[in-house]
Each structure stands twice: as C-alpha cells, then as structure tokens.
Design a protein around this ligand. Structure first.
Ligand code: NAD
Length: 255
C-alpha cells in the first residue's frame, strides 16, 4: 500500500521538472487521482500520459495560476469529478534573468511576485475553502527555494517571493491547524529542470553560478529527489509536521 493511498491530489507546475516528477510519484504511491495543472498544455499532456502509463489516474487543467477564477474552477472541476481533494502541491514558478536591484523595473518585479507568490496565495485560498467545506483534514506543500532563506544575487523579486511563501505557509499552518489541515514548504537546491536550462540544453549562467555556490560537490539534484520530500510531507507519515520549511539540497546551503 502506498503512502498516498486513495488521496485526491492537486499539483501546479506539473508540466515538467519538479511538478511532473511529483505527479508521477503521488500516483505510484497510490493516489486515487492526480490533477495536473500548468499553463503549458502540450507538456502537461505528456506529463499526464506518463502518470497513466505508470498505472495512475490523471487529469490535465491548463490555466495561468495568477488567474483567480481559473484557479477556483480547477478545484471545482476536480471536486465535481472526484468528490473531494486531499493534498495539494503548489509548485508553479518562474525565474527571470538576473538584474542589479537598482536597475530592476517595477513591472518585472511585479511579474515574478504575481507568478511565484500571489499564485500561491490564490491556490491556498481556494484549496482551504474546499478542505474546510468538506469537513477539514488535508495536507498542502508549497515550493519555496534556497532563495527563501539566502538572497539569490540579482533576483530581488524571486528572493522576496520565495521568502513570502514561507510566511504564507506558517500563516496557514497556524490558522488551519484546528481544521486538521497541515501546510509545509520545501526549499529545493539547484535541481536539473527546464528552469535551469532556459528552454535549451545548456545550463543558464545563473544555474552555473548557483551550482558553484550551493553545490560544493558540483552535483545537480534530480527532480525526483525534491518530489520525494513533497510527497512524504503530504503523507500520513508526516502527520505531525506542520508549518515547517524543509531544505532539500543535500546540505549545499551550509556552504
Ligand atoms: N530548479 C531549481 O533549481 C529550483 C530551485 C529552487 C526552487 N525551484 C522552484 O521549483 C518550482 C518548480 O520549478 P522547476 O525547477 O521544476 O521548473 P520548471 O520550469 O520545469 O517548472 C515550472 C512549471 O511552472 C509552470 N508555470 C510557470 N508559470 C506559470 C503560470 N503563470 N501558470 C501556470 N503554470 C506556470 C511552467 O510552465 C513549468 O511547467 C518553482 O516554483 C521554482 O521556483 C526550482
């Protein structure tokens, strides 16, 4: 019997990288259903197919996580089909090129805050509404970053968003404990995903810099390494873990 046996699971940013790896692992750990969300419909379809090939049940939901009515509809659609939700992995995010703080345009700052922080607020809001409506219980994991603890050079927007996710996580953990709902954050290190390769095969300069600074043994994490912690936090094995921020980087942040 898997650690997620019989649960209905939501995953954002599920078209690739950490989200796709988590969707697959939720399924192989026995989820009743995994609802994969992303704005990239083509890659999302491939990720869902991988889940089905592994014997899981998957649906695809193509929308922008900054669009509140679309977020609400996603959850309504999943509840209409599956009857409830049990776990959510709020993981979608973007990473833009680095810019000196004093040269950063407001619009660029606000774009990253919208996608990486406001979207997590929106997902949490509608997930909590549903979890409370159905009588409580449930587990939520949000993807922050090492940049949630240590500033990422040239990335004030990303750093602010990822710090903010830790605040939202603790807020939910504190306020919804009485409903039996847990909320934790994971802080991945440098992980080999499309985000690090800027759409191509080569690592971006920022990824190389991050690898130099935070991976003293020069090794990228695999998406499955990070996904394993998200899935574990959603499982009953982590039922006493709430409001925590768990760094998944092999210890790189200590250097
Ligand atoms: N890769 C790393 O080294 C690393 C390190 C720390 C934190 N993270 C975080 O992990 C999470 C997953 O990133 P990843 O590395 O797997 O990268 P990724 O680019 O493979 O995955 C991110 C996914 O989010 C989706 N997305 C982006 N904006 C969206 C929007 N507005 N609406 C809907 N979907 C949207 C993308 O289409 C993509 O599929 C992100 O929050 C990222 O900040 C990644």
């Amino acid at each position: 019997m898997g650690t997620i046996q019989g649960k209905v699971v939501l995953v954002t940013g599920a078209a690739g990288g950490i989200g796709a790896a988590a969707a697959l692992l939720f399924a192989t750990e026995g989820a009743q259903h995994v609802a994969l969300a992303d704005r990239d419909g083509e890659r999302l379809g491939t990720a869902a197919e991988t889940v089905r090939e592994a014997g899981g049940s998957a649906s695809t939901h193509v929308f922008d996580v900054t669009d509140e009515p679309a977020v609400a509809k996603w959850i309504d659609d999943v509840v209409a089909a599956q009857g409830r939700i049990d776990c959510a992995f709020n993981n979608a995010g973007i990473n833009l090129p680095s810019t000196p703080f004093h040269e950063m345009e407001r619009e660029v700052f606000e774009e990253v805050i919208a996608v990486n922080l406001t979207s997590v607020f929106l997902c949490l809001k509608h997930e909590l509404r549903q979890l409370v409506t159905q009588g409580g219980g449930g587990a939520i994991v949000n993807t922050s970053s090492g940049a949630g603890l240590v500033p990422a050079p040239g990335q004030p927007h990303y750093t602010a968003a990822k710090h903010g996710i830790l605040g939202l996580t603790r807020q939910v953990a504190r306020e919804y404990l009485r409903h039996g709902i847990r909320c934790n954050a994971i802080l991945p290190g440098i992980t080999d995903t499309p985000m690090l390769r800027g759409g191509g095969d080569e690592l971006t300069d920022r990824a190389r810099d991050g690898l130099r600074r935070f991976s003293p043994i020069g090794e990228l994490l695999e998406p499955a390494d990070v996904a394993a912690t998200a899935v574990w936090l959603c499982s009953d094995a982590a039922r006493r873990i709430n409001g925590q921020s768990i760094v998944v980087d092999g210890g790189g942040i200590l250097h």
